[in-house]
Design a binder for this molecule. Structure first.
Ligand SMILES: Nc1ncnc2c1ncn2[C@@H]1O[C@H](COP(=O)(O)OP(=O)(O)O)[C@@H](O)[C@H]1O
Ligand SMILES: [Mg+2]
Length: 272
């Protein structure tokens, strides 16, 4: 087993008497497995993942345990966590722009990150990245290296972030709503890339999304959160076809209603 989260609770230090924002969350993830996390906005999906990656701000207190290859992440020093972040646990966030420094070119940021984690020269870093771009059909690496983040689309930036994940071969990728802020075509590309990373390196993935159809495509198992708690978890097909929790059925029904409405709006009968 790669990751084992047990009784994870997260509170604001300033509100110790309030109910926790994340409450006794537990799940595990195997090597080469993809876990989908779904739930409405504010249900605690991001906080859970920030806790795993050691990115929670100081204003939060954390209880429980997070074991990664048997090692308790919550007991690690900040220095150890920093060495692990990006290299062994990579995170792909909703807004790709925030992952880049606007003042530096893509090439600068590639050399900065890869040299630090792979202990290589800048030339080697760029060669590794150019090779990775080729694997996911990103053309003309030299031209991309010369661009600043604002000169590229959100979809393009998200694909470059995915390339970092391929180049660094992490054991776990946490993708927190990676497709929410990008166009439909790029969404499909990012999903395809995550799947090919899995096929190539047997990487485990936590895929967070409120798009249930994307989750059903990519995840082997699904965890449903509501108000900081896990309300259901199980194999994807089982959760989507025979949900036990009322909240899961509510999420699925809401999604179905939206699809039906969209179909009606785009059908020829409606247009006439
Ligand atoms: N920095 C913060 N300060 C106070 N409350 C926060 C902060 N970040 C998140 N929360 C609260 O914690 C809960 C869970 O948030 P989050 O994990 O971001 O939800 P999700 O990712 O599922 O949309 C929400 O109620 C949110 O308002
Ligand atoms: Mg979130």
């Amino acid at each position: 087993m790669l990751l084992h989260v047990q009784d994870l609770s997260i509170r604001l230090k300033t509100n110790p008497q309030h109910p926790p924002l994340v409450s006794k969350v537990g799940f595990s993830l195997d090597h080469n497995e993809c876990l989908g996390i779904v739930g409405e906005s504010g249900s605690g999906k991001s906080l859970t993942c920030y806790a795993i990656n050691g990115l929670l701000a100081d204003c939060f207190s954390v209880e429980g345990s997070i074991r990664f290859n048997g090692e308790d992440l919550l007991a690690q020093s900040e220095q150890d966590r920093r060495a692990m972040r990006g290299k062994r646990i990579a995170m792909i966030l909703q807004s790709p722009m925030t992952a880049f420094n606007p003042l530096f070119t893509i090439g600068n940021q590639v050399t900065e990150t890869l040299c630090r984690h792979l202990q290589c020269t800048p030339q080697e870093a760029l060669a590794v990245m150019a090779n990775t771009f080729g694997k996911i059909n990103l053309r003309d690496p030299q031209q991309l290296f010369g661009k600043y983040p604002h000169e590229l689309s959100g979809g393009m930036l998200q694909r470059i972030i995915t390339s970092f994940a391929i180049a660094l071969k992490p054991e776990l990728i946490i993708a927190d709503e990676p497709t929410t802020a990008i166009d439909y075509i790029s969404q499909r590309e990012v999903i395809k890339e995550l799947q090919s990373i899995r096929d190539l390196f047997q990487t485990s993935i936590i895929f967070i999304s409120h798009d249930l159809s994307l989750v059903s495509h990519i995840a082997d198992r699904v965890l449903v959160m509501n108000r900081g708690c896990v309300v259901e978890q199980g194999p994807t097909a089982q959760v989507f076809t025979r949900a036990e929790s009322e909240h899961t059925r509510y999420l699925i029904d809401t999604r179905m209603q939206l699809i039906t409405r969209l179909r009606q709006m785009t059908s020829p009968a409606h247009a006439a």
